[in-house]
Write a protein of this length. Structure first.
Length: 309
């Protein structure tokens, strides 16, 4: 017989805080990210935990960086919660279903969970879960000790107020998540610490003062993922001593963080060329290239190479 480890109940319980997003306590460099706060829908559903229950709400990250904190609307209604709540950020599979891969985890003490009413609690992750804008993840909760039914509730709605979906696992198939309804959501907010380190080029082909054949492509590998359009605009090739840009096609491979410049025509044997990646190039957070942070201002990348005879 199928036995669900989460009871999903219609509720009319008191609510301590009505908007997790509005009341967020941001730490330096954190920005609000994905959320399903209570002002997106009526508080009409609660995930009620039994001993080994795991509830997970999927979401799509809005920023790239480290997910360093999250907030949920929960309540302890029996005063028997011990240990605390384990909050996790999990990976999802290609179908968007949560998996067993835990990207970050923290424990919220039982003393932080409101008694007899719903309230906002915050979990902080150190160092955090690396997330990318536009990618799906899941926020999961379970207790750190066995609890009685109807003791701990995670508040939500059954009117599909938010993107994402509530998932639960079953005692008959631990760790296998299923969605009880396409309309169920649980309330949460996530916060991301943006990366502020500027990108730079860590390797080139050919190397500076190197020598290649006239049909060679020119490559530059960045220290992190870049905005493709900015790289295509920034990567240029010139004959040494000339300001006339050589016609070429530029492509960018996000899997390797590498840009490739393919000249339209073969380069001249015996000539010296100058490759330039300007500070127009930006990483996915919008930080512009700075090849030498020890100097004032942003520094472009320049290198020279020769075409063999």
């Amino acid at each position: 017989m199928r036995r669900v480890v989460l009871l999903l109940v219609t509720m009319s319980l008191p609510l301590l805080l009505v908007s997790g997003l509005a009341l967020a306590q941001l730490v330096p460099d954190e920005v609000p990210d994905a959320s399903c706060p209570t002002n997106n829908g009526p508080a009409e559903l609660a995930a009620t935990f039994r001993s080994s229950a795991i509830a997970a709400q999927t979401f799509t990250a809005e920023h790239t960086g480290l997910l360093t904190s999250a907030e949920v609307q929960v309540g302890n209604f029996s005063n028997f919660l011990t240990g605390g709540i384990v909050m996790e950020i999990r990976a999802v599979d290609s179908s968007g279903t949560p998996t067993g891969v835990v990207l970050a985890s923290t424990t919220i003490p039982a003393s932080d969970v409101p008694n007899g009413q719903f309230g906002l609690v915050t979990g902080r992750f150190s160092p955090g879960a690396a997330v990318e804008a536009g990618q799906q993840y899941a926020i999961a909760l379970h207790t750190s000790s066995e609890v009685q039914p109807s003791e701990l509730h995670w508040q939500g709605a059954h009117s599909n107020p938010c993107p994402g979906l509530l998932y639960e696992d079953l005692e008959t198939h631990p760790g296998v998540f299923q969605a009880p309804s396409p309309n169920f959501d649980l309330f949460f907010s996530t916060f991301v610490t943006l990366r502020t380190t500027r990108p730079m080029i860590i390797s080139t082909f050919p190397r500076n003062r190197g020598e290649v054949g006239p049909a060679a492509n020119i490559r530059a590998t960045f220290s992190e993922e870049m905005q493709e359009a900015s790289v295509k605009e920034a990567f240029k090739l010139f004959k040494k001593g000339s300001t006339n840009q050589i016609a070429a096609q530029v492509s960018y491979d996000a899997a390797t963080d590498t840009a490739t410049l393919n000249p339209n025509d073969k380069l001249k044997r015996g000539a010296t060329y100058k490759a330039v990646v300007s500070t127009v190039a930006k990483d996915v957070e919008g930080n512009r290239l700075d090849q030498n942070p020890s100097l004032d201002g942003l520094q472009k990348k320049v290198w020279f190479f020769e075409i063999d005879n």
